[in-house]
Design a protein around this ligand. Structure first.
Ligand SMILES: [Zn+2]
Length: 508
């Protein structure tokens, strides 16, 4: 069992933060703790119960509260989406069917005792802004962001709302210790990645600079919650110095970087680790000292009962839905040494091992075709799988499932499909995972594509119906309805991406 402890130390001399007045008669150093999570999509432990789990994080938080009553728990974006549960609908309080869309996360994080979040790009996966604002309103924790606004259909722009209050560009959190109070300023920022008609982004660096300038006069020290690429975080820390700690997200593997007087930290996704920052601020000198510890969340940590009750309620929902669909959530279908790669930016720009495994599953069900293609947007996990794969993992990878069809088309259309899928759609959901090394667009399985020759191509019915970006021309070649089942080695298997993958994984 890997159990890694990393200590980072930073003494931040606030050159631009001259010693300032605090609302206290004495001036002793003030200690507080920041508990940091980022990129959490799963409320329950993963990897067969070994890794992560928000009820365990709640226990860690309770232990920290025993150490110091000033614990601030922060999640640096990406938690309302994606998840298998998020795509499902349940009855809401008015008895109407409503997408779950992160409600399971909000309820669990409320129970866990989260204090502050900023938006991640995946919060904007929710296409209905009213539903997003409903989830924000249902949060007991406060949202903050300085560089994105809501735009209405009439073009009117305003801050997102948390209930009847605007989501502020920064928050001032008072910390009282030893009879004195200091004011901790927290500002949030999100990379302008997800495009939605209801979003208006401002420049990350400029918004951050302006907001920090507004925050400094009303606070004694400042921390940032940043949901950026690491490169963007580094650039931000270089261009806008003066914040000792960026509580970062978006990357899913833990990391830390020093950039000038700023330390950037990111924990592992799905709370497999959390960062614990012990901060000492000296009001007399304006000095901030940060000691950071990366803590592994695993089965050696007990589950806090109040949070666990909420997790169990939602797991009952997941398992119930999966049972109704004919799946066994906890059934382990595969074990592996290497992680299966399905991080969104990788699956949409490269042929990953999980993509290849998926394509092999399809080829096994539909043998004898010239080409097998899958739109990468079918693989929604935005994470890598470690150690074991359960049926639940397969469903959260492919929440939409879908049938496959065989199309016959001339070679010039095959070339167009490959060129569009690999080049035009690079970085998008319409980027193709292909079986074998067929990515160059001019040859198939080592032989040049003959423009007039007819080829058999297997693809999702969704793509064949012309629904994928820039691939609408495929529908001219769709002749047959998808078959309901396929025969694989004498066994009847449902013609659904999830069933085909599970059946193949069981043979490995
Ligand atoms: Zn992200």
């Amino acid at each position: 069992m890997k159990n890694y402890f990393l200590f980072l130390c930073l003494v931040f001399l606030a050159a631009c933060n001259a010693p300032r007045m605090v609302t206290a008669p004495r001036s002793e150093p003030v200690d507080f703790i920041v508990l940091q999570l980022n990129d959490v999509y799963e409320i329950a432990p993963l990897e067969g119960g070994k890794a992560g789990g928000l009820a365990r994080v709640a226990t860690v938080r309770q232990e920290l509260l025993n150490e110091n009553s000033n614990v601030i728990t922060v999640l640096a974006g990406d938690f309302l989406s994606p998840s298998f549960l998020g795509t499902m609908k349940i009855d809401n309080e008015n008895g109407e069917r409503e997408k779950i869309a992160g409600l399971q996360m909000v309820e669990t994080l409320n129970a866990m005792g989260l204090d502050y979040v900023t938006f991640g790009n995946h919060e904007f996966d929710i296409s209905d802004p009213a539903l997003l604002e409903k989830r924000i309103a249902q949060s007991d924790f406060a949202w903050t962001v300085c560089n994105v606004n809501y735009v209405g259909e009439n073009g009117g722009e305003r801050a997102f709302l948390q209930g009847d209050k605007p989501v502020p560009p920064y928050i001032v959190h008072p910390i009282t210790a030893g009879g004195q109070t200091i004011r901790l300023g927290i500002l949030g920022v999100v990379l302008p990645f997800t495009q939605m008609p209801y979003l208006s982004y401002k420049d990350v660096n400029e918004s951050f600079r302006q907001t920090l300038a507004e925050l400094k006069p009303v606070s004694d020290l400042q921390l940032a919650i940043t949901h950026n690429n690491l490169d963007e975080d580094i650039e931000l820390a270089e261009k806008v110095p003066g914040v000792p700690l960026f509580l970062g997200g978006h990357e899913h593997a833990n990391l830390s970087r020093y950039v000038g007087s700023t330390i950037i930290t990111k924990a592992d996704a799905n709370a497999k680790t959390v960062y614990i920052h012990r901060v000492r601020f000296d009001p007399a000198t304006g000095m901030t000292n940060v000691r950071s510890e990366l803590k592994t969340i695993d089965d050696t940590i007990a589950e806090e009962s109040k949070t666990k009750a909420v997790v169990d309620k939602w797991l009952g929902q997941v398992y119930g839905l999966m049972t109704d669909m004919g799946y066994d959530a906890e059934h382990v279908v595969m074990e592996m040494d290497e992680p299966l790669v399905c991080k969104e930016h990788l699956i949409r720009t490269s042929q990953t091992n999980y993509g290849q495994l998926t394509m092999a599953s399809i080829a096994r069900a539909f043998p004898g075709a010239d080409l097998y293609a899958l739109n990468s947007g079918s693989m929604r996990l935005d994470d890598n799988l470690f150690n074991t794969v359960t049926e639940y993992d397969v469903l959260r990878t492919f929440p939409y499932g879908g049938e496959f069809v065989t199309l016959e088309m001339p070679g010039d259309v095959v070339s167009k499909l490959l060129q569009t899928g690999m080049k035009t759609n690079y970085g998008e959901g319409g980027y193709l995972q292909l079986l074998g090394n067929n990515a160059d667009g001019t040859s198939l399985n080592g032989a040049a594509i003959v423009p007039t020759q007819t080829y058999k191509v297997v693809m999702p019915a969704f793509m064949a119906a012309g629904n994928e970006a820039n691939l609408g021309f495929l529908k001219d070649y769709l002749k047959d309805e998808p078959v309901a089942t396929v025969k694989i080695e004498g066994k009847t298997v449902k013609n659904d991406l999830r069933d085909l993958v599970i059946d193949y994984m069981l043979t490995l």
